[in-house]
Each structure stands twice: as C-alpha cells, then as structure tokens.
Ligand binder design. Structure first.
Ligand SMILES: Cc1cc2nc3c(=O)[nH]c(=O)nc-3n(C[C@H](O)[C@H](O)[C@H](O)COP(=O)(O)OP(=O)(O)OC[C@H]3O[C@@H](n4cnc5c(N)ncnc54)[C@H](O)[C@@H]3O)c2cc1C
Length: 463
C-alpha cells in the first residue's frame, strides 16, 4: 500500500468515527482513509466475554478497547450533555459551542437508533437529592444523561458503520507506528511497513494509543502538557442501595473533598443493575463497568468507580507511569483484577475464596481474585476511598456494609494534553488531535464533539 488521501483518521473510536461521519456527509468527494489497529464492529470479541478464557490473556490488541467503536463500543453508553465533566473542550471553545457539538452528536446517534429519553438533574426529585447530598458535603454535579444501554450502543455503532463503510477506506488490524511530515502533508508508516500520505491528519488514538501518540508528538516537536491520573476502586453493591438515586438521575456524579487530606474523590461511571468488567490498557488489567438497557440482561447489583484525582508538580511528570505502576501491583498480586469486601479492608484482613463465598453481594466479575487492596493501593488513596464510602453511606445507607465489594485497581489514565488551537489543531498545520488520546476529552459526548469540531475545521479549509 502506498496511498494518498485528502484526510487520514487514526483511530476508530467515538472521536474518529464522528470526524469521518462529518467529513463524508459534508464533502462526499473527499478521499478519506481510516486506520484502526483493532477489528471491525462485527469481529470484536473479548475471549473472556466469549468464555474462552477466565483471565485476561493480554491479547496484542485488546478487543474490548480497540476496533470500530473504540473503548466505548461495549460501554453502556451513558451520554452526558454537559461541559462539567467528560472532557476539557471548554478550554478550547466556549460552552455554547461545545453544547451545540454534543447535541449534534446526539442527533446523529438518534438518527442511527438511539433513544430520545433522558434523565435530568433539574427535576424536583433530582434537586431534592442534590440538597440531601449537600447536607453531608457531597456535591451532585448537574447533567442531563442518556442511557443508551450496552446492547443498543453496539447497535447504534453497527448502524453508523454500515452507513460509513462504503464512504471511506477502512483499514482494520492496521496500527500506525510512525507519523512523519512530508511535502504533501503527513506520511504514516503502518506496523507492517506500508505507507499512506495525506494532506490533513486527524489523530484520535484514545487512551489505548495514548503512550504511543505522546511519543510521536514529542518526536514531532509538539508540546505536551501533563495531565492527571485518577486512581481508585470499583464499588459493587445491591442495586437497592442506590435505587432512590439511580432511578432519578441514573448516574450520580458525587464529588467529596476528604477531611483527612483535602483530596477530591468522586463517583464515576455508575451502572445500575450492571456488570463489572476487566479491561486491558496497554498490558495492564484494570476494571470498569457497564449495564444493559434490556431488563432481562440486568444484574441485581449496581457498580460505580470511586476515583481520587492525582496531579503532580515538578519534578515528576509521568502520571501515566504512576497509574500503570499501581494497577500493575494489583495485577502482580492477583494475576488480574483483585476484589475485596469493604469490611475485610477496614478490618485489615485479606478477602479469600471462603470469605467471598459468604458475601451477600455476589461479584458480577467472577474472574476477579479475592485479595487485599491495602497491599496494592497507596495509603493516601485508600484512606480517601474509605472516607468517601462512609460519606456515601449517609445518602445511600448500606454503601458501607461489610459485604460491599471493592475491585481494584480502577485507574483512569488521561493522556498528556497537547498544545492545541481552538480548532484542535496542533502547531503543525493540518494536523488535528482529538478525543481521549489528545487529553482533551474523557467521555463519549465530548469525544464525539471533538471529532465534529476537527472535521469542520478541515472542511472549511478544503472549501
Ligand atoms: C468499559 C468502558 C465503559 C465506558 N463507559 C462510558 C460511558 O458510559 N459514558 C461515557 O461517556 N464514556 C464511557 N467510557 C469512555 C469512552 O468510551 C471514551 O471516552 C471514548 O471512547 C473516547 O473516544 P476516543 O475516540 O477518543 O478513543 P477510543 O474510543 O479509545 O478509540 C481510539 C481508537 O484508536 C485506536 N488506535 C490507538 N492507537 C492506534 C494506532 N497507533 N494505530 C491505529 N489505531 C489506533 C484504538 O484501537 C481505538 O479503537 C467508557 C470506557 C470504557 C473502557
């Protein structure tokens, strides 16, 4: 292969898909190449989910994280209409523009089968919850949220793929290994040594490609700004404990500042009646969750992450490495994801097979190995999490029950942030960087929005 394209998109996650969608819709004559290290939407299958293996076998390319649909393909598709979380696009454009882009992405989803129903935080019930939380110094972030549902999210992505597959060249199972400049614009070298060139380049490598992308940017002289890493656990408890909250707002984003350290801890990615899953980020097993919209596929548990944000000051500038190191400790101890009962953690004893079998809460991630989180997580983050669980227990009594399950480590890596213009263009003309891999977003809505933004910038220049 030695091809020339008008536009090349690296990565076929939410950001890359919407960039491609907008480009092909508004200018069908464009020659667009999409390079994705993972497989197409029909072929993605994690061996754990397919029940071929029990533990993560570190596939070279993780089917859960990579392929058409990216990291969000098997997510339960919580689509948040907000600039308060899910990314930092308001650092590049104003709030109204980001909201317009988010609504645009939602319209595309609806046109491909998404629901029009959503949960709101402005209802009297939601406002009462926010007031109650405030009494305990817990702050409920305000956002309209759509729950697409794991199976529907996949169906929407499949419909989009069918829509796009003849409008651009998709190169699946094709990782880009190097980005270079050339007289036409950019030259990309694939892992197999093939070359493709383009005038405009939109890089959307997501979190799974973040480390690789940061190195490419360094080589190209593009400045990277340090980002944070969030470290914590995934909590799993009976759905009834949070029902009075999840029935009203679906996902509650509660933020708390711990009294002991003054650290910010927040609930994240809440999955009512959901399932906990393992995910592989560049060879490290971390944990995540999702839930189906079809009631027959639901579990009896709700899961959510509790995350402590860590920002580092000089001289340390590798939050990514720090997060990976912590996740690798729980991997070292458990051979994968570790699970512990909250009561055992507080008491200072390891959860073992026997103790776990006595638990009233049955783990939905059966591959998790019972163990001791205090041997894997730093004391500070662990203290923060324990304090937050007691705070949550006041608004959702039962959260601090003995059998509440904690899976670890959940680590949210945020790619180093690039220095970008308001159009999400790097200092190299025609080279745009979008989505989670550019460190500008951390959720479906803003990742999609960033794709539309970059596509519109390219379209305006081609005109
Ligand atoms: C289990 C799970 C559940 C989630 N649930 C939600 C949710 O409910 N709501 C929400 O808002 N967000 C959720 N998220 C986060 C959301 O999925 C991401 O924010 C979003 O997918 C980011 O989109 P992206 O396009 O930037 O990156 P990604 O979706 O990560 O896509 C990047 C793509 O680039 C490819 N790639 C990387 N490097 C290369 C390379 N060198 N060459 C070729 N291809 C490459 C990867 O294979 C990948 O497919 C969830 C994430 C996970 C993992």
């Amino acid at each position: 292969m030695n091809q020339m394209y008008d536009v090349i998109i690296i990565g076929c996650g939410e950001a890359g898909i919407y960039a491609g969608y907008e480009l092909s819709l508004k200018n069908p004559s464009l020659k667009i190449g999409v390079f994705e290290q993972g497989r197409d939407i029909y072929k993605r299958s994690c061996p754990i989910v397919a029940k071929k293996v029990k533990q993560c076998i570190n596939c070279k390319v993780c089917d859960t994280m990579c392929g058409f649909g990216g990291a969000g393909a098997f997510s339960d598709g919580k689509f948040n209409f907000t600039t308060e979380f899910g990314g930092w696009l308001t650092d590049y454009m104003d709030h109204d523009e980001v909201m317009e882009l988010i609504h645009y992405v939602d319209d595309v989803n609806v046109a491909h089968g998404a629901t029009t129903n959503y949960f709101s935080t402005t209802t009297p019930e939601a406002q009462a919850l926010a007031k109650k939380a405030l009494e305990f110094d817990l702050h409920l972030l305000q956002a309209q949220c759509k729950h697409l549902g794991t199976e529907k999210n996949l169906m929407i992505l499949t419909n989009i793929y069918e829509d796009l597959k003849d409008k651009m060249d998709f190169h699946f199972n094709t990782a880009i290994s190097e980005i270079k400049t050339c007289s036409e614009g950019y030259e990309l070298v694939t892992e197999k040594g093939d070359i493709a060139r383009c005038q405009y380049l939109i890089a959307a490598p997501g979190r799974s490609g973040a480390e690789w992308f940061a190195n490419q940017c360094k080589n190209l002289g593009i400045k990277l700004i340090n980002n944070q890493v969030d470290i914590g656990v995934r909590v799993e408890l009976p759905a009834r404990v949070f029902e009075h909250i999840t029935d009203v707002v679906y996902e509650s984003k509660l933020v708390y500042r711990t009294k002991q350290y003054g650290d910010s801890v927040r609930t994240f990615c809440m999955n009512p009646y959901g399932h906990v899953v393992a995910e592989n980020v560049e060879g490290i097993n971390t944990v995540n969750g999702h839930s189906y919209s079809d009631a027959s596929l639901r579990s009896e548990n709700t899961n959510f992450a509790l995350l402590v944000s860590n920002r580092f000051t000089e001289p340390f500038d590798e939050p990514y490495r720090y997060g990976k190191h912590i996740a690798s400790l729980s991997n070292m101890l458990a051979g994968g994801v570790l699970v512990q009962r909250f009561g055992d953690l507080v008491k200072g004893v390891r959860t073992n097979e026997h103790r776990l079998s006595q638990s009233f809460v049955k783990p939905t991630l059966t591959a998790a190995i019972p163990g001791d989180l205090s041997l894997a997580l730093p004391k500070r983050q662990l203290d923060d999490i324990i304090e937050m669980i007691y705070a949550l227990d006041k608004v959702a009594p039962g959260t601090a029950n003995y059998d509440t399950l904690l899976y670890g480590a959940e680590v949210k890596f945020y790619s180093s942030r690039l220095e970008l213009s308001h159009e999400l263009e790097t200092k190299l003309p025609g080279f745009f960087a979008i989505g989670d891999g550019a460190g500008t977003t951390r959720g479906l809505a803003q990742a999609g929005a960033s794709g539309i933004k970059a596509a519109r910038a390219v379209l305006s220049r081609i005109k």
